[in-house]
Design a protein around this ligand. Structure first.
Ligand code: GDP
Ligand code: MG
Length: 162
């Protein structure tokens, strides 16, 4: 079985953008026709030294529930099946209460995780990371998923856990 990397985080931080960057292969492009893979949440990443499954946790659950319930369930589902979790945050929004909640869940479950600080494009990288240093995690990776930047650093952080 391939290792599983789950992308977890608040809505709009860039999880699906990162998912698309990680899973973009020739096969995926071929299959990327309307109606085929647009709402798929699983993909394979071939960028590193060994392939792994990527899970995008957006929209895994019903729509009629509150966002907190929805997010909590997504996080639990994703954490349960993951080998390692990529906790995606938003450098522009800064550290938010929901980020701390998700981090609390991750720590409770004892699952390996790295924190990706996304949307660092056009920002001072050090200042962006400093805000998130308050989380007290040892792995903070700067990312600009929509520009394809920082993906190598993220891969380096993930790979030892696969
Ligand atoms: P999700 O809800 O976490 O899946 O977030 P999406 O991947 O749908 O992205 C939400 C918005 O953030 C979209 O408008 C993206 O284009 C934008 N976005 C994603 N990554 C970046 C980034 O690295 N930099 C900037 N500036 N915007 C980004
Ligand atoms: Mg999404």
């Amino acid at each position: 079985m391939l290792p599983v990397v789950a992308l977890v985080g608040r809505p709009n931080v860039g999880k699906s953008t990162l998912f698309n960057v990680l899973t973009r292969t020739r096969d995926a492009l071929v299959a990327d026709q309307p109606g085929l893979t647009r709402d798929r949440h699983y993909g394979i990443c071939h960028h590193g030294s060994r392939p792994f499954v990527v899970v995008d946790t957006g929209g895994l659950s019903g729509e009629d529930e509150g966002i907190d319930v929805l997010m909590a369930r997504q996080v639990q589902l994703a954490i349960g099946e993951a080998t390692i979790v990529v906790f995606v945050t938003d450098a522009r929004a800064g550290l938010m209460a929901q980020d701390r909640e998700i981090l609390g869940d991750l720590r409770k479950r004892g699952k390996p995780f790295v924190v990706a600080v996304n949307k660092t494009d056009g920002l001072d990288e050090h200042a962006s990371l400093a805000d998130f240093a308050a989380l007290g995690v040892d792995r903070l990776v700067p990312l600009a998923a929509s520009h394809g930047r920082g993906v190598d650093g993220l891969m380096n952080a993930i790979e030892p856990h696969l």
